[in-house]
Every structure is written in C-alpha cells, then in structure tokens.
Design a protein around this ligand. Sequence first.
Ligand code: F3S
Length: 393
Amino acid sequence: MSILRGDNGTVKKKAMEILVALGEIFNANKLIDVGSTQISGVSYKTIGDAGLQWVESMSSEKVVIPSTLNPTGMDLHLWQQMGISQEFAAKQIQIINAYSKLGVKSLCSCTPYLSGNTPKFKEHIAWAESSAVCYANSVLGARTNREGGPSALAAALIGKTANYGYHLDENRQPTICVDLDVHLHEESDYSALGISIGKKVNNGVPYFTGIKNPSVDSLKSLAAALAASGGVALYHVESVTPEANSIKVGGIEMINFTSDDLASSYDSLSTIQSGPVDLVTIGCPHASLSEMKKVANHVKGKRIANNTKLWVFTSVGVKLMAERFGYLRDIVKAGGEVYTDCCMVVAPIEELGFKTMAVNSGKAAIYSPSASKVEVIYGTTGRCVDIAVKGFA
Ligand code: F3S
C-alpha cells in the first residue's frame, strides 16, 4: 500500500499502479515475486519519441531484479556500416541510456536465455518479447505472460507481477493436439509449422506429437512463429518439453499437420517467388552459435553477390563465440555482415533502400512486408544463403 500511496516516489507508484490495474483486469488474487524481466519497446523505430519520453520519465529509479533489453533498431557499434542515419542513431542511443539509468542491462537480444538471463523450471518471470516468452514457458518451463514493454518495466521496478494467466497451473493445459505426419528437418520447417498452427489456435496451448529430437534452434523457431502468427505463449511437445508428460491430453480437439500443410505454409510466407534479392537476413530470433556455424559452412569459399547483402543478426555473446570459433571470419570473408543488438524487423530497413528480402524465419516473413516495406522470399537457411551468393531467387 505504501508504494501505491507514493511513499517510494512517483515512478514506483506509477509502476505499482500498472501491476495492480493488470491484476484487477485479469482477476489476479495477488502479486507474486518474479526472478527476471525482459523488456521490449527498445527500438526507436517502434517506440518513437513518445516511447523515449516515457522511458526517460521513469529513469530516476532503479530496477530491483535482473532485467535485460530486447533488440534495438541498430548495431550499437556498427550502425554506420548498416547505413543507419545520425538522427536515428542519436535517438536510439538516448533510449539505451535511459534504460541504462534504470539499471536495465543492454543485452539487446530476443534470446536472453542463450546469454545468461536463463530462468529456472517453474520460476516466475515477467518477459515481454513474444518469442522469448513462448520459449521460456515451453522449453524452459518458466512462467510468464506476454508482458508489454510498460508492464515488464513495472515488474522490473517492483520485482513482482500479477498472478494470472500462465503463472497458474490451470492455464498451462493444452487446448489442442497437433499430430505431425511429416518429418521436419530445417529450422524454417519448424517456423512454417508454427506459423500455420499459430493461425489456427490463436492464443491456445498446442500439444505436438510426432516431433522427433528437435534441436534447441528448432524449438526457438517454433516458439517465435507460434507467437507471431497467433498469440501463443506456451506449447508442449510430447517427450521433449518439460511439462509435456505431466499433463492430460484427453478430450481436446486433435488435428494433423501433413507435408501438404508444410508446403502450403512455406508458400504463404513468400510475397514473391523469384527475382533479384537486395537483402538476405538470418537470425530471427537471434542466431545461436550452431546457426552461425551453419551459415558459415554454407558461405565458406563463396562470395556474396555484388548487389545483395547477407546480414546475420545475433547477440553480443554469440558473436564473440562465433569469432573465437572462426564462423565470423568465414561469414565476413564471403562478404556477409554480422550485426548484434538489432534485427531485420525492428531496424529501419525501409529507410535503407532494400526492396526485397529473403529470410528463413516465419516471424520475420510475416512482419517484414508491413514493418519494413519489403517483398519477402521464404526459404531454408541453405536456400537463403544460396540466394545471397547468386543475388536472385
Ligand atoms: Fe527477435 Fe527481431 Fe525476430 S526481436 S524474434 S529477431 S523480430
């Protein structure tokens, strides 16, 4: 009550009011402690001056739990190489500085779980980036709702969130069972699956059967796609994800996902089928070390076409490891560029002259035509890199 009275200052009061309002809307019985936050609303492209002012209005206070930032609109060191304008960069740096004053770590990645902000099983957290929320709930078994930027920041300042939604056992039960009749190989296959099923289930909880030995990268791609095309924040995979075997699957709708469904999802993600391609992007969500290796192996000994760019987006930590293992060298030697702190969706791609983009991420494929005003070709990592080398699809 004292925080709501304003005894701890107006910023904490504002933060507590956000949490209490959410609790009232969703009938939460109490506020609960959270172990970390992950805060979205960082790119100047997406939050603009109004967002910047809001963050600055909060920055007289400090967060009380570990908190990391989502990607910004540019590589914080290589923004000039990307072609970002001085004006954009100045605003972006102002946003980062405001969050830094708050004590939020400028990790600037949507895969904080690969870079040290890794919640424990059943740990309550308050994360905002939808792909990270879906991964944390599903693959790590942590518990978070899809926070907005302001509510995640409020949780960071108070150390608590309202106890509703995916924090409660009853909301973590599956609502639909999806049986796969097709074997998935590539991350882009999982992404295409996620896009297709996300559209069908909206904010339901899919339970997948028939997925064999998926990699971390595949589960990451599936999480991002389900969260992007629907509002999925949690999925289960039989014998794979940590809660899958302790929940009841009976009495819910069952659907199949076939090779035809996979092919039609691939088709739906391209807005054009062929032609010159200006930009090829990999790393949505941010590329893991194994994805960096995959790209490096594909480009090794080749040369990116003159009129095409290959941009790989990753986190600072993964880039450092990729440098040590030689993957960065192979990508750069071929003419590719590796950027941290940002991505193809929240960077101002539309201001950089790109008109066509090839991508291996379903999330980027559905957001980029409107967010970045580009035509999109969707394909596997290998196909995307081949396009970068040829310059056309
Ligand atoms: Fe991450 Fe940007 Fe994709 S924030 S999930 S790389 S849209």
